[in-house]
Structure formats: C-alpha cells, structure tokens
Ligand binder design. Structure first.
Ligand code: AGP
Length: 609
C-alpha cells in the first residue's frame, strides 16, 4: 500500500503534491518523492523517511512546474532507501512513474531489460515499468502505456509522465485504488480521496482496466483496446476526516474491510500460477536445509501469538514438524532447548515489538535459524532475522490488529504447505486442494463482510454484558483466543477464551444465566464434542452464539443464535471464523461508546519491555 498523487494545471504542482501526500501518509511513510516537469525535463526529488524529510530536502529548492506526480511509499520490494523511493525513471530520465501495488513478473521483465542494456538503480519491482516505457516508446504516449500494460502482471495503480509529451499525465489501475479529481483548468490524481478533497469534490473513481489521459482541461478514459469509456462524476460528500478512513467510521472497520485485498496481496507470487503448489521465491534456504528442520518455535506477542497458535496446528499437521509456540516475553527467560536444526519463526505486524525482537536475538544466540513474518519492510525484526517473508497487509493504523492477523494466518498456512511439499508430508493432490481453497478465501471474506446486520443486532443486545466467554476446540480454540482479545481490548468487556474441553475443569463455575458464550463449531472432527459443550453451558442458562459452517442444519437446535460462515476446508476456517469475532468486538465497542481505534492504555507498537 502506497499513496500516489498527480497534478496538471496552471498552478505550481509541488505544493499540491506535498500536501496531497501528507494526507496519504496513512498508506505508507517510509520514503517519499515527487517528479515535476521543470525547464524542459522531468526533475525527480526523493528520499527515505517521512514526508518531512523530503520537505527538508526541498527547502529553498522546490521544483518549479505545473505538471507533476508524487508518492509516499510502503515498502514491499526493496527496503526503504533513497534509491527505492518513488518516482522511478528509465535510463534516460524521460519516463517517470509512481506505482502502488506489486508487479509480479518484474524479475523476468528486469532480466530481459538488463540484457538489452538497461541500467537499474533500485531493487523495486516498480522500476521495470519506467524502463518498459523507454524500451517500447513509439512516439505515442497512450499507445506505449497500453503496450506496457499488456506485459505486466500483478496489481497496480500507476501514474506516468513522459518528457516528450508534458501536457498530459496517464494513469491506470488494477486491484488498487485510484481517483481523479476534476478541477477548473486543473486536474488531480490520487490513490484516495483525502489527497484531493481540499481541491475538489468532483471525482472519477477509476475502475480496473481503465486508462485515463489527464490534461489540465480534460480527462479522457479508454480501455486497453482503445474503446472510450464514459465516466460518471462522483460527488464526494464526506468530510476530510471520514475521507481518510475511506468513508468508514474507524480505521479498524476500514481495515476489516480491507481483508479480501490483503489476502490477495499476501498470496501474490506465492501461489503457483497453475494452482498446483505454494512457492516462496524470497526464501533462500535450500530444500535440504528445510528438510533438516526437526523442530519449529513460533514466538510472538498478542494477536501475532494467536496467529502462531494456529500456525502450530498447520505445521504439525501438514508438515509433520513438532512446534512450540511461545509468548515472546516468556521465551527469552525459559532457556528453550534449541539447536541449528530448529527454526524459530518470529511473527510481528510492526516488526518492532521489543519483547519479540529480544526473543529473536535470543533464538539467534542459541543457534536457531530464524524466519521473520512481518508486515513492515525494513523493520528491526525483518533486518535481524536470517530470512523474512512479508504479510502484504498494508499499514495497519487501528491498535486492534485485524488484517495483519488474517494475513499472518494465511502466511502460516502457505509456509506449512511449502514445508510439507519439501518434506514430502503433503501429497501433490492435497497441496492442490489446499491451494484451491486459499484462492477463494478473498471472495468468501468479501461475502461475509456483506452480511453484518445480524452481528450489529447481537452487539447491541449483548454489548452491555459484564463477561463473555469464547469456546472452541482445535483450530477453533486458537481463533477463540483472538476473538476474546479483540473484545477485551476495544470494548473493555471481560472476555475469556477456553479450550471447550477445559470447561468442566473450572470455567463452568462462571457460567450463569444470561452470560453470552460464543462457541466456534467449525471443526468437523471435534463437532460432536463441541455440541456437548454447548449443551453444558445451555444447561446453566447461558446464551449461546455459535459460529458454524453454512449447511450445518443441526447447530440451530442447540444454540440460541448461529452465525454462519462460508463452507471451507478445515485449515481455512480460521481465516473466516475470525471475521464475525472482529466485527462483534467492533460493534460491541460502538455500543459502549469506546474509542475503537485508540483503546485506553494501549499502543499500536509496544517498543518497551
Ligand atoms: C492486537 O490487537 C494488539 N494490538 C497486540 O496484541 C499486538 O498484536 C501485539 O502487541 C504484537 O504486535 P506486533 O505484531 O506488532 O509485534
């Protein structure tokens, strides 16, 4: 996730670009840059760090010109650095692009371009686009863009500048947002409405595959075959603050709804094109080195720890490697028995959590191989681990983690399939079945997010309860832990999760009339036992809200209410069953008037021990 902006008009471009980028910093903030057409050529200025670093760099020497583009970066390919910052140029400097997304086939394209003598300055996937423009330019900017779009695969929103045709910007998108702001004698381009709302409320919301030629007086939209597209003006009636949240009331809700896209981004380049297997091109260990792993430690805090709990089931069942899951703050003090055949997987959204970083250092000290699973490229944990795989969830602003969690689950599943393939514990047929399930997850999440009315009703009805309990067995138990954490941290309701089989060993004493008990019942192999647990709490007059799979026609007989999730294969259900739990917590917090995005006493990233 990055922020991109463009300006063409009568006024100076740089002030709009810098201001627009400041409104998009929530989309990424590890480096920033602008390109402005100045004195017959395109001048690019960029640097690592927040936008303020760029402002300081430009102080007294801001590019002068009325056409330009800008970018605030959230690194995916290539760590944050001056060179990896956007805009990117071709070898001549005549073609300049800003990009948000991932060019999946960039390595193959880059190799071909290197052979032709192109010199690359960055490690990014995006730079290939500028070189492809140079390589294919035939005197017609639009036609060259179309030709290049036919070559690239992946997700993108892109804005192009061409020094030979400085009276226009061209922009396009696929699976990433892009809007055009319509002004008088000037037009604006941005990833998102907050960047343009101070200038205009009249917009074109771009759809996938649309290519817009933007001049100061007109916007002309066509598809890749040159068919003109007539766009309807969308009048923005949100205020600036709501616009930053994409029209959602809170960042948490926005991030919940970003999960289908986050899933797609996380699987990009890792699900084989023919759907037969999982690959991790970024991992440098050999198959033999993977095969040698005889124990895995998963270490993390909070939500990331809960993702690790799910990961344990995946690795043990699919890759047949024994796994221990540790809370990071405990790991360093328990003298774990580790050697070089152990793999320690460190999960952290921020990549900066102090306890998790300390655990990573301890694992390294003890001789373990280390693999970071993190969302922040170039973070301390990403830098210090032997290898890293990124969850491409995009920046997570709300303190309560949602999309980071589901992308962590997806990575745990894909990694365990990957290791299972290497170790031969997973047949080709089984791997293929799982991959097929993974591919439909974004659509299934989308489906769930379309039907939230029932959850709002439950949240209003039970949102003022003192306590709520979460029960589940096997994978459902691991998800129950995350559901309870979400509820406590944002609604301040006392919420506890238990392995359903543990009920009778103590917790049952807490079950009294009217207490809500959320029971996850998605795992077929323990279904009967879970139903018995429902009956145990019903016998104490608790109110049972069950989370079950579509088509389960028995569950309504036992539970007071049922929330159905789309039918999925057992290892995929955690990616779905957590959604209603996130939303229940969110709507319960609203019912109670809590500050959802900034819950009391909590910080997004805990960088103290
Ligand atoms: C979850 O909603 C929390 N905000 C918290 O538990 C978080 O997951 C934990 O602090 C770990 O953070 P990290 O993933 O950035 O390391």
């Amino acid at each position: 996730m990055c922020g991109i902006v463009g300006y063409i008009g009568d006024k100076q471009a740089a002030p709009f670009l810098l201001d627009g980028m400041s409104k998009l910093e929530y989309r990424g903030y590890d480096s920033a840059g602008i390109a402005v057409y100045e004195k017959g050529k395109i001048r690019v200025e960029k640097c690592v760090g927040r936008l303020d670093s760029l402002r300081q760099k430009l102080a007294g020497n801001v590019p002068v010109g009325t056409v330009g583009i800008g970018h605030t970066r959230w690194a995916t390919h290539g760590r944050p650095s001056d060179r990896n910052a956007h805009p990117h140029t071709d070898s001549s400097g005549d073609f300049v692009v800003v990009h948000n997304g991932i060019i999946e086939n960039y390595l193959a394209l880059k190799e071909a371009l290197l052979e032709k003598g192109h010199v690359f300055l960055s490690e990014t996937d995006s730079e290939v686009v500028a070189h492809l423009m140079e390589e294919n330019y035939n005197g017609n900017f639009e036609e060259t863009v179309k030709k290049v779009l036919r070559m690239i695969e992946g997700s993108y929103s892109l804005v192009f500048m061409c020094a030979a045709e400085p009276d226009k910007l061209i922009c396009t998108k696929k699976d990433n947002p892009l809007v055009i702001g319509l002004g008088n004698g000037e037009n604006f381009i941005a990833s998102d409405i907050p960047a343009i709302i101070a200038k205009t409320r009249r917009t074109y919301i771009m759809n996938d595959g649309e290519i817009a030629t933007v001049t100061k007086d007109a916007v002309w939209v066509q598809d890749i075959n040159g068919t003109p597209i007539s766009k309807k003006v969308f009048e923005v009636n949100w205020n600036a603050e709501a616009a930053e949240k994409g029209g959602f009331e809170h960042f948490m809700l926005k991030e919940i709804y970003e999960q289908p896209k986050a899933m797609r981004d996380t699987m990009t380049g890792r699900v084989a094109k023919d759907g037969s297997h999982i690959e991790f091109p970024e991992l440098n260990w050999t198959s033999e080195e993977f095969a040698d792993i005889n124990k895995i430690f998963i270490v993390a805090c909070g939500t990331a720890y809960h993702a690790g709990m799910v990961g344990k089931y995946y690795f043990e069942q699919l890759a047949r490697v024994p796994v221990e899951v540790d809370i990071a703050s405990e790991f360093s003090y328990r003298s774990p028995i580790i050697d070089s055949n152990c793999l320690t997987i460190i999960i952290s959204q921020s990549g900066e959590t102090s306890d998790t970083l300390a655990a990573l250092r301890e694992a390294r000290r003890l001789g373990s191989r280390t693999l970071a699973v993190t969302n922040v490229v170039g973070s301390s944990i990403a830098r210090e681990a032997d290898q890293v795989v990124y969850t491409y969830a995009g920046p997570e602003i709300a303190v309560a983690s949602t999309k980071a969690y589901t992308t962590q689950l997806l990575l745990m599943l894909m990694l365990s399939i990957y290791v299972g393939q290497i170790k031969g514990t997973l047949s080709a047929g089984r791997a293929k079945e799982l991959v097929a399930g993974i591919k439909v997850i974004p659509e299934q999440i989308h489906e769930l997010l379309e039907n939230v009315d029932q959850l709002k009703v439950f949240a209003t009805k039970y949102g003022n309860s003192e306590d709520v309990f979460y029960l589940g067995r096997s994978l459902d138990y691991a998800v129950a832990l995350e559901g309870a954490l979400k509820m406590k941290e944002i609604s301040y309701i006392h919420a506890e999760a238990y392995a359903a089989g543990e009920l009778k060993h103590g917790t049952l004493a807490l079950i009294v009339e009217g207490v809500p008990v959320i029971v996850l019942a998605t795992q077929e192999d323990v279904y009967e036992k879970t139903v018995s647990n429902i009956q145990e709490v019903k016998a104490r007059d608790a109110v049972v809200i069950a989370i079950a799979m579509e088509g389960d026609d028995r569950i309504p007989k036992y539970a007071d209410h049922v929330i159905f999730i789309p039918r999925a294969e057992k290892y995929l259900t955690p990616l779905l069953s957590v959604l209603p739990l996130q939303l229940l917590a969110y709507y319960a917090a609203l019912t109670r008037g809590c500050d959802v995005d900034k819950p009391r006493n909590l910080a997004k990233s805990v960088t103290v021990e």
